[in-house]
Design a protein. Sequence first.
Length: 101
Amino acid sequence: MALSQEDVAGIAEYAQIALADDELAEMTTYMNEAVDMLAPILEYDLDGVDPTFHPIGDLSNVMRPDEPTPGLDLDTAFANAGSTRERYFRVPSILGDGGVA
C-alpha cells in the first residue's frame, strides 16, 4: 500500500511540518521506501499471538514511597569541592569576566 502525496501532506500537516512541493515529492518517496522496508513483518505467522502493549507485561508502579531522608552535612558535601564560600560552592564565572563567582 503506497502512500500518496496527499497522505504525506496530511501527515505533515498533522505533525505541523511545512513542506514545499519538491520536499513533498521527496518525502513521499522516502516514506514509501520506509514502509517497503517493513513489508517482511507481514510474512510472520502471528495466529494465536496476543498483542503486547508493554514489554514487561502487566507492570504496575514499582517505585518505593517518596519519603524524605536526611541530607548531607556541609563538611561531607564540601569534602571534594574545589572552592567554597560560607555555605556555597564557588565555580568559575560563565558570564565572561573570567573571575570566580
